[in-house]
Structures are given as structure tokens and as C-alpha cells.
Ligand binder design. Structure first.
Ligand code: GDP
Length: 294
């Protein structure tokens, strides 16, 4: 955390003199931490909540001999970040019975369809027979995209064109998976450029129809400040079980990860790190914490 540590330099003589972190001597460093989080694109309300929880934890902490107080505080911040993001890696939920059903949600362009292919490939590598279901009836190109992803990894795609309602397509896709003994289905849904009431009610309908063991919200790591509002809207419309944070191979510091967890209470389960279908990794809170802190 060189970046943050550097910023925190210069305020430590006071802390050392006081012998512990106090409401007074913690003010300047907390402002720096706040700034660092905002620069990492953590949503403002989440930053506020986080900073006050760190403050509460840090207050009264005694300066340990031989450890620089700034490093001590950075550790408190880091631990708190990791804890807030769920502590450990969380995998997909186990299905209750029948095929594992994964419903994918998210705005247009975030990498949702790509993430379907990535998850399909990951499940296939675990020797599962996977079926992908295309329900984006607004964009024929999205159906074609899923079909061509499927061809690349040899995962079949169930589609009914654009004239059937998404929930009906999902229902028939699941019926096919049951009849043909697939282990898992991944349902791609229609995104929109912005949060949209129709998109949400459609998503809810598909969810009610197929009863997924996972509803994953796909979030572009570049979403920034808007992540909190986005997650809230989706989670209220169709309760999510987790998220996939895409485009983490870009410049983003990943602050959206903290926002997702803080707003929904649900974990990030995977991280997308490239356009290739192999570019999907489990989410490790400690790694993202260091990245957020810069
Ligand atoms: P959708 O509209 O949400 O289904 O988005 P797509 O799956 O079509 O992806 C939109 C664009 O983002 C495509 O050009 C993808 O190749 C790209 N993309 C998806 N995931 C990632 C990722 O993890 N990293 C990078 N760099 N690009 C990605």
C-alpha cells in the first residue's frame, strides 16, 4: 500500500507523541483514506460508512513499538476492507435438485454475455454438461453472440428467436435441460443501457419461472460511483446471490467491489480479467483490497 502509506506520512509524529490513535490525530489520515477510496471509485455513501467503521476500530489503538503508526492504520483499513467484502472467496451455490440454474443480469455492454460463456467454460471444465439459454429478445445480435460463444466452447445454446417472451424461453430451456439431463443452465438476459422498469420486471419474471440457485449481477469494474445505485436497483427488483465484476484487467481500482457488497450484502463471486473465455477468476477480497488502497 505504498501509495496510501506515502500519503499518510507526515502526520505520524503527533500520533507517536500521543502514544495512540485519537479522534484528533486520526482526522488527517482518515481524510486521506477517504480520498483514496473515492479515487478508487467506491460510492460516496459506502465510503462514509466505511470510514466511520474504520475510525471506530482504530480509535484507542496503541502505537506498537517498532511498527510505524501509518502501517498500523493501513492494516486496520485493509482488514476492514477484506472483512466487508466477505472475508473469503465464495463459490456458486449448490442446486437443490435438478440442474443448477444460473441467471445472469446486468446492464448492456458490461460483459454479461461474455460472462455466460466464461462460466459455461468453467463449469464444463468441472465435467458438467452445460446449456446456455438466450433470452435477449430485443437484440438478435445478442442471441447470435451467445450462439457463437457456445460454438467456440462446444456448449449448446437454446434460443427461440425474438418473438417469444423471455420467461417462456427460460422455462422451455430449463425443461430441455431437465429432459436431456444437463447439469447446469446459464440464462442470459436482456440488458439495457440504463436501469429500466421493463428490464427489471422481465428479469423478475424469468427469475420466478426458473428459480435459479444463483442470480448473478454482472458489474463493469469501470462503473465507478454509480455501482451502489445500480446494485441496489437490481437487488431490489430480483434478489441477487452475488456478482461478477468484469473488466478488472483495465485501469479500474475495483472500488465497485466494495460498493456491491456494502449495498447488497452479497459477495462478488468472480472477476473477469479479459475478453477471452478463460479470463475468469475467483474473487479474492484481499487482492482487491490492496488494489483499492492503491
Ligand atoms: P453484454 O452486453 O453485457 O452482454 O456485454 P458483452 O459480453 O457483449 O461484452 C461487451 C464487451 O466487453 C465485449 O467487447 C467483450 O469482449 C468485453 N469484455 C467482457 N468482459 C471483459 C473483461 O473481463 N475484460 C475486458 N477487457 N473486456 C471484456
Amino acid at each position: 500500500f505504498d501509495n496510501l502509506s506515502q500519503r499518510l506520512e507526515g502526520v505520524w509524529d503527533t500520533v507517536r507523541k500521543d502514544g495512540k490513535l485519537t479522534a484528533d490525530n486520526i482526522k488527517t489520515p482518515m481524510r486521506e483514506i477517504r480520498r483514496a477510496l473515492l479515487e478508487a471509485d467506491v460510492s460516496l455513501p459506502v465510503v462514509r460508512q466505511f470510514v466511520s467503521s474504520v475510525e471506530a476500530k482504530a480509535l484507542g489503538t496503541k502505537v506498537i513499538k517498532g511498527v510505524r503508526p501509518d502501517q498500523q492504520l493501513v492494516k486496520v483499513v485493509n482488514d476492514q476492507l477484506v472483512e466487508l467484502m466477505g472475508g473469503q472467496q465464495e463459490d456458486l451455490n449448490d442446486p437443490k435438485d435438478g440442474p443448477q440454474v444460473i441467471l445472469m443480469a446486468g446492464l448492456q455492454g458490461v460483459g454479461k454475455t461474455t460472462a455466460c460463456g466464461k462460466l459455461a467454460l468453467a463449469l464444463q471444465k468441472k465435467n458438467k454438461r452445460v446449456l446456455m439459454v438466450a433470452t435477449d429478445v430485443y437484440r438478435p445480435a445478442a442471441i447470435d453472440q451467445l450462439v457463437s460463444l457456445g460454438e467456440r466452447i462446444k456448449v449448446p445454446v437454446f434460443e427461440m428467436g425474438t418473438d417469444v417472451k423471455p420467461a417462456e424461453i427460460a422455462k422451455q430451456g430449463l425443461a430441455k435441460a431437465r429432459a436431456e439431463d444437463f447439469d447446469a443452465i446459464i440464462v442470459d438476459t436482456a440488458g439495457r443501457l440504463q436501469i429500466d422498469a421493463n428490464m427489471m420486471s422481465e428479469l423478475r419474471e424469468v427469475q420466478a419461472t426458473v428459480q435459479p440457485s444463483d442470480t448473478l449481477l454482472v458489474v463493469d469494474a469501470m462503473t465507478g460511483q454509480e455501482a451502489a445505485g445500480l446494485v441496489k436497483a437490481f437487488n431490489e427488483a430480483a434478489e441477487i446471490t452475488g456478482a461478477i465484476l468484469t473488466k478488472m484487467d483495465g485501469d479500474s481500482r475495483g472500488g465497485a467491489a466494495l460498493s456491491v457488497k456494502a449495498v447488497s450484502g452479497k459477495p462478488i463471486k468472480f472477476v473477469g480479467t479479459g475478453e477471452k473465455l478463460e479470463a475468469l477468476e475467483p474473487f479474492y477480497p484481499d487482492r482487491i483490497a490492496s488494489r483499492i488502497l492503491g
